[in-house]
Design a protein around this ligand. Structure first.
Ligand SMILES: [Mg+2]
Length: 183
């Protein structure tokens, strides 16, 4: 049994879309993102003081939209492979873990907070496993410790990783099967 660590924001869930949706609700500005940086808040005119304000609002994390096919693929991995699935969240606001847990509970019947959720920043300190993440710093720091799978975004394209995926589909399952078989 190997550990599979799945990042939530912009890997399993579309954090950016949710952020832009809240930005529109509260400012009336509809923004379409281009090739933004990992830290895109400044490009929306958000300051260091208020950039996390939407994240503290009721429902922000609880209603974050899953990436296309994420639920189906993760359910498949859960039922058909020998990976222990853990969602890992780099929580920058105290409200985030509660909302994220509610979100995961509503999507996965097998999800259990004690077994399948960790809130921490330094993901390279986790026991070695397989990590799917979009954060360039996490991917870099995990090199040689975790098997690193980048969930492709403009901000992580220059990072060297063990594998790169562009969406939740069979390719992720194939990569995990190959890891299990030691290929
Ligand atoms: Mg992320």
């Amino acid at each position: 049994m190997k550990n599979l660590f799945i990042d939530m924001d912009n890997t399993a869930f579309d954090f950016t879309s949710q952020y832009l949706h809240y930005h529109y609700l509260y400012t009336g500005n509809r923004v379409i993102m281009g090739n933004e940086d990992y830290d895109f808040f400044e490009s929306l005119g958000m300051t260091d003081e208020n950039k996390y304000s939407y994240l503290r609002m009721e429902g922000f994390f609880e209603t974050m939209p899953p990436m296309d096919n994420m639920v189906e693929v993760v359910n498949h991995i859960h039922h058909n492979t020998d990976f222990y699935i853990v969602f890992v969240s780099n929580a920058v606001v105290p409200e985030a873990p509660t909302g994220k847990i509610k979100c995961l509970e509503s999507l996965f019947s097998w999800f259990h907070i004690e077994h399948n959720f960790i809130s921490m920043g330094d993901k390279h300190l986790l026991a070695p496993g397989v990590i799917i993440d979009d954060n360039p710093y996490v991917l870099n720091n995990s090199k040689g410790h975790h098997y690193t799978i980048a969930f492709d975004h403009p901000w992580n394209r220059s990072i060297e990783v063990d594998a790169r995926v562009y969406q939740w589909n069979d390719r992720i399952i194939d990569i995990l099967n190959q890891i299990q078989e030691g290929k």
